[in-house]
Design a binder for this molecule. Structure first.
Ligand code: ZN
Length: 329
């Protein structure tokens, strides 16, 4: 019997809810569809590990959506034996259908309640819905020993590091095991936030104490045009995580960067002095003037800083770029 897991992407793009809304796979894994693009899988044996995997929070970031859809297909076929509680989320389904990053608001700026502060939009409603689903999922666990949230993205522009992770700000430092794990996924750089933000990963970290990260895995392409072989290290790492296998040792560790500044667009006068095609992680020496907005000027204050996500076309009030500096061992 076919289920939404067989091709979750195609199912989500064409239908709202399956009938019936839940079922049990031949492997014994129980699945339940909780809404558009929202699917929970429970393994046969009880477990203390709960994993949220999300993609498509930006609707045009297709490769991670295809990876997740393939992962569910492997669970359905029995190729992957699920040993954790799993919540799969396809974030901005309405924008996915249009092939857009978002429709009204950038969804990944709306979490941790920031959606309340904005006028109602398609994305503010979705942010509230996703927050509730994640909260219910974590609180329904028999044991809360281990909580993960991996939010998968692809970047708009080229990057000097093809795969990188953004780790939300939290009180407890990230241990070496986190970087080892990221290295096993083929992550080349890890960025540590030093303040809060409206991202989905920050929400799961701060509100639900999950080990959460945003993973940037390559470049935006339309559906069907992704070379999924480039994503094999990530797909394999996810597969090991949800099937309860340990990660291989010996992978190279990511380079670690601290986020040292956010270039915030305060007005329409904002100017970013970098070329449009500047790759992520382009380095600038101390003293370089990078942004201006009225009286505000941003000059590089470390020996070297690198720019990530430069985008002067964001809405006023949002981040037009991040500055990071490499952490010295
Ligand atoms: Zn994204």
């Amino acid at each position: 019997m076919s289920t939404p897991l067989d091709d979750f992407l195609a199912f989500t793009l064409t239908q709202e809810m399956p009938q019936p809304t839940h079922g049990v796979l031949p492997s014994g894994v129980a699945w339940r569809c909780l809404g558009t693009g929202v699917l929970v899988c429970e393994p046969v044996a009880p477990t203390a590990i709960s994993v949220v995997v999300s993609a498509g929070i930006h609707g045009d970031e297709t490769a991670p959506i295809e990876i997740i859809s393939a992962l569910l297909g492997d669970i359905a076929s029995g190729a992957i034996l699920l040993r954790v509680r799993l919540l799969v989320l396809l974030g901005n389904v309405a924008a996915m259908k249009e092939g857009h990053r978002y429709l009204d608001d950038d969804l990944n700026r709306l979490f941790s309640g920031r959606h309340h502060a904005l006028p109602q939009s398609r994305e503010t409603a979705r942010a509230a819905e996703l927050e509730a689903v994640v909260g219910d999922f974590f609180s329904a666990a028999v044991s809360n020993k281990t909580r993960w949230h991996l939010d998968l993205h692809t970047a708009i522009r080229p990057s000097l590091f093809e795969r990188f992770a953004l780790l939300p700000q939290r009180a407890m430092p990230y241990g070496p095991e986190v970087f080892t794990w990221l290295g096993a996924l083929g992550i080349e750089a890890a960025l540590l936030h030093r303040s809060g933000s409206g991202t989905f990963a920050h929400f799961s970290c701060s509100e639900h104490q999950a080990l959460a990260c945003t993973l940037e895995l390559g470049k935006v392409m339309p559906f069907g045009q992704n070379d999924l072989a480039r994503y094999a290290s990530v797909a394999n790492g996810l597969c090991r995580l949800i099937s309860g296998e340990s990660q291989p040792v010996g992978a190279s560790l990511p380079r670690v960067f601290d986020v040292v500044a956010s270039l915030d667009k305060q007005s329409e006068a904002f100017q970013l002095w970098v070329d449009n095609d500047t790759p992520n992680f382009t380095a600038y020496p101390r003293g370089t003037l990078l942004a201006q907005d009225g009286d505000y000027r941003y000059e590089v204050t470390h020996d070297e800083e690198r720019i990530v996500f430069p985008n002067p076309r964001v809405k006023v009030g949002l981040r037009a770029g991040l500055m990071v500096a490499e952490r010295m061992a």
